[in-house]
Every structure is written in structure tokens, then in C-alpha cells.
Design a protein around this ligand. Sequence first.
Ligand SMILES: [Fe+2]
Ligand SMILES: [Fe+2]
Length: 212
Amino acid sequence: MSNQMIKSYVEQSDKYLEAAGYTEHGLRHAEFTAQMSGEIITCLGSPLRDAELAAIAGFLHDIGNFMGRESHGVAGALLVQPILLSLGMSPIEVACVMGAIANHEEEKLTPADSISAAVVIADKADVHRSRVRSTKFIDFDVHDRVNHAATDSKLSVNPEEKTIILSLSIDTEISPVMEYFEIFLSRMVICQKAANVLGCKFQLIINNTRLV
Ligand SMILES: [Fe+2]
Ligand SMILES: [Fe+2]
């Protein structure tokens, strides 16, 4: 996306979250979420336009963070509305993208459709050590530690078996699997909820062992 206002919102949000001690939420996270959201929809055989809308919502989902972490989904949805309308998107598509952005966080999660559900799963699948900002292990909090411990992560969709699988490789020297599971349990629950909306089951595999 080349819209300058959108880029500014993404950058400002990442800056805000860095100051607040959160992991990386910049253009890389936006692009990852956009790509994975689109791929989930495509793999499940939905129309191309749905995949495009999921990718747009995925790219935009965190842009409201600079207005405060709480309710950043709703803030982001309201910010994008005039931009998407000015770019010529139809009102019904704008509403769909707004809904996906507003509902991507666990405390408010109600994915109303497949686009919204795909964004939730794509967002939560972005677990990797590259998101940790601090280079000093001593400064890590538990979220940094579990992200730093993730040496590899892969999201895959099996349309025949109707499963969405997040496979992680965790360095257990850095973070025991149980610590990881504890931190991400709520995320896994909402991924299951979102996968259900897509007519699928969600599976989490850590170091080749299936946990859910
Ligand atoms: Fe978010
Ligand atoms: Fe996110």
C-alpha cells in the first residue's frame, strides 16, 4: 500500500508500541499479516476479492495503536474508513474491512466472517525472534523471551482436511514449551474460534508435538 497517510499511521503506531515496550508492529508485521490473511482465504478456495479484502484488512489491522493500545482495533477501523472510501472502495467492502480491523484482538474478538477470521489467525501467527527489539537478553520480559525462543514459525492451511496449522520451533534453552504455552494459550483459543468461522480446526504444533 502506498498511501502516505497509512504509512504514517503504521510507523507512528510502531513508534508508540516501542515506547510502550511491545514487540515490533511495523511495516514488516503489517506485510506479514496481509500476506498470510490473503493466503488463508485463497487456500480455502474463496473468491479472489475476499483474499484481497483480507490482505487489505491484514495490512491495516494495527494502525490504530498510536492512539493507545486499548481499543486500537476500533480506532484503526475508524481511521481507515475515509481513506478506503477516497480510494474508491464500495461501502460494503469498507464496512467489511473495518469489521476485521475492529475485531482482531482477543478481548473483543467476534469474527463475523471469513475475512475477519483470517486476519485474527494471520496476526497471531507472527511469532518470531525478529520481532524482539532489545538485543540484551537481560532486558527481555516473558513475551520477548517466548518470541526470541521461536526460531522458526510456519502457518499452513490444509483445505482437504480443513485444518489450519501453526508449526513452531522453540529453543527450549531460552523458553520452556510450557512457558510458551501459558503465554499463548489465550491466543490459541481465539485462533480456534477464528478457524471455526472458516469451517476449519486450528492446530498448534511445537517442536513436532501437537499441543492443540
Ligand atoms: Fe493488534
Ligand atoms: Fe498485529
